[in-house]
Design a protein around this ligand. Sequence first.
Ligand SMILES: Nc1nc2c(ncn2[C@@H]2O[C@H](COP(=O)(O)OP(=O)(O)O)[C@@H](O)[C@H]2O)c(=O)[nH]1
Ligand SMILES: [Mg+2]
Length: 339
Amino acid sequence: VQSPHTETFSADAPGPGYPVALPHHEHIAGLVERLRQGDARALARAISLVENEAAEAPALLSACYAHTGHARRIGITGAPGAGKSTLADRLAQQFRHADRTVGLLAVDPTSPFTGGALLGDRIRLREHASDPGFYCRSMATRGALGGLALATADAAMVLEAAGKDVVLVETVGVGQDEVEIARLADVTLVVLVPGMGDDVQSLKAGLMEVADLYVINKADREGADRVEQEIKAMQSLAPEHRDWIPPVVRTVATTGAGIDHLMEAMARMETWLTAGNRLAERRARHWQRRLEAMLRAELMRRARSNGLTEGNLHQHAERIAAGEEDPWRLVRDLAKSIS
Ligand SMILES: Nc1nc2c(ncn2[C@@H]2O[C@H](COP(=O)(O)OP(=O)(O)O)[C@@H](O)[C@H]2O)c(=O)[nH]1
Ligand SMILES: [Mg+2]
């Protein structure tokens, strides 16, 4: 399954720049073929290539691109411990019951190898072990060249190419990278919990504008009313009235209470999103952001393959800090050398 995009890439990829072996087109084509047939190992390998920013990654993603666009990418974001993983499991179950295949990416850069994420994965692995329609993966990198958001979006694309109907991306909603991940989803759920004090206030900066749905999880705890009031108050203060006002849904992810309401709210969102040109416009906006990130990553990749190392940069930085080198001249020279 050689897509036109693969051809485009092969035309200019074998430049002098690529440090490792050239992308093997049979190899990439074979890998994509296998992951499209549902081979979980091929899928895992492909995501690893993307995650590690391997030399083959651009060719792989080009080949995947031809098979994407139909899945719904749903971001689930919120503070650590809010119940995102538990919620993601519940949603995955619901989608599976509706006979839709699911890929789940867990992005938790704050603690990739500790408690939460791993525990969550173990639970998932146990529950879904025998289900070929479900695939779960923790992202293990910050994405050195293109950033975490780009690495996650790329991995989501591989899952789409593997035929997943729904790609859930769980991310800790703190920090710019994480907001950026939320921005790249088709639909973004912002998860809040009662009793987290100024949580809602601190959301104002970033997540408020990307939220399509608010989930008040742990609604079995006291204070859900207050959180809801705060969200509503914030919405009424919003400078511009969007034509989709994010609904607020209460859930208890551990018992499954409220999940049906959440699914209904998501179905309404889906109807709104797919009416007219909204989804296409949203995705075009996403791609514009993503293209900038891809371009930056590609320039860095080329600079690296031209011999620019972290150590070089460090030496330049020291000289610049000491007033011994002109940074603008350096950047101009570096840019010239990779064009
Ligand atoms: N009481 C209560 N506990 C919950 C609820 N949802 C999740 N939890 C618990 O909260 C903890 C953190 O959940 P987790 O899904 O790992 O949160 P994440 O860090 O946002 O992914 C776990 O011990 C869950 O069992 C809920 O609705 N009510
Ligand atoms: Mg989690």
